[in-house]
Design a protein around this ligand. Structure first.
Ligand SMILES: [Zn+2]
Ligand SMILES: [Zn+2]
Length: 346
């Protein structure tokens, strides 16, 4: 069984997820061609698993992907999936077991559950411990996250503050009309923030805030955030807005909205048409927007990664074909496969 990278010799990490391939956190497989690689966490190169060790592992992976796999991103040729602790590159046309947006929907449902739990489990003792840790300055980011999912009702507001801070955005901009200087946007004013579709890039959103001095926004004044800055701020504002998560039914309705629109981007474009105040958004629409905002930024990142993976796979597949002796015929592979299966099961 393969234990370390064939290129740099660094041992593969154990995964505790696959019986027949216990090492490697990132693996690639192609069940049509019978290939299996472990991708090195250190040098990122692919190590081809020896032929006799492949078959059960491929079958096991195929099943794991079918039963528990979450599709992160796909092209026509490969799919990047997550199965428990494993990242799996699956070669071959992928059946989309799960749309990417549904994963984030689950996150919202989970948020609702932990919010409910923390409401029910009001415990002064745990609050004291958490607040004690916070006062002593010993509460880390992770502590904050923990608090967010665990803290009892009385300090929910504190939990939200610790997770998000008080400002949705900080920077330095001035109003084009009166020169008023913007340095931050607080979450407290989120209801009045305006989401506008970008005229030159449908599906992208501009985040606008009315100028507190000249009251302008429509005539070119006020604060306008665009592109990545807008995207990040909108994600933060909506996550703050939906701090208590959403019910499964709500997430389903929101997901249906995205499906009917066609894509996350289309949903954003349709929903915002001529611009909407955050406070005027319907709950389901707002949840759909949060999912869409998350989806499009994550998707862009994944697509870049996937293009890179596909290029690597092409090279590795060429090499694997040579190593496996593609010219020796399939019956030989098949007999090896039988031998391997027989050996394990007997
Ligand atoms: Zn390596
Ligand atoms: Zn102004």
């Amino acid at each position: 069984m393969i234990r370390s990278c064939l290129v740099c010799n660094v041992p593969f990490q154990e995964n505790e997820a696959l019986e027949h391939l216990p090492r490697g956190r990132r693996v690639a497989f192609d069940s049509d061609r019978g290939r299996l690689w472990v991708i090195c966490q250190s040098c990122r190169r692919w190590s081809l698993v020896p032929l006799e060790d492949r078959w059960e592992a491929i079958e096991e992976l195929e099943k794991a992907v079918r039963d528990r796999g979450k599709v992160l991103s796909t092209t026509d040729t490969i799919a990047l999936m997550r199965v428990g602790p494993l990242e799996v590159v699956r070669v071959g046309s992928a059946s989309r077991t799960e749309e990417a947006w549904w994963r984030y929907g689950r996150e919202l449902i989970r948020r609702r559950r932990s919010y409910g739990k923390l409401t029910a489990a009001a415990g002064a003792a745990s609050a004291a411990v958490v607040l004690g840790g916070w006062a002593a300055g010993g509460l880390s980011m992770i502590g904050g996250w923990w608090l967010w999912s665990q803290a009892p009702d009385g300090i929910k507001r504190g939990a939200r503050w610790m997770r998000f801070g008080s400002a949705a955005w900080r920077g330095r901009r001035s109003c084009d009309r009166c020169g008023h200087e913007f340095t931050d946007l607080s979450f407290g004013e989120r209801q009045n923030l305006v989401l506008l579709p970008r005229a030159d890039a449908p599906g992208e959103v501009v985040l606008g805030a009315r100028c507190p001095r000249c009251r302008d926004l429509e005539a070119g004044g006020g604060l306008r955030l665009e592109k990545r800055e807008a995207e990040r701020t909108i994600q933060r504002v909506l996550a703050y807005h939906h701090f208590d998560g959403a019910s499964e039914q709500r997430v389903r309705s929101a997901s249906r909205l995205i499906e009917e629109a066609g894509s996350a981007r289309d949903l954003t474009r349709i929903l915002l048409r001529k611009g909407r105040r955050v406070g005027d958004l319907q709950r389901t629409g707002a949840i759909a927007l949060e999912i869409a905002a998350h989806e499009s930024s994550e998707q862009r990142f994944l697509e870049m990664e996937l293009a890179e993976l596909e290029a690597v796979w092409r090279k590795e597949e060429e090499l694997a074909a040579i190593i496996d002796g593609e010219l020796t015929d399939v019956p030989l592979l098949e007999s090896l496969r039988r031998k391997a299966v027989g050996r394990i099961s007997s």
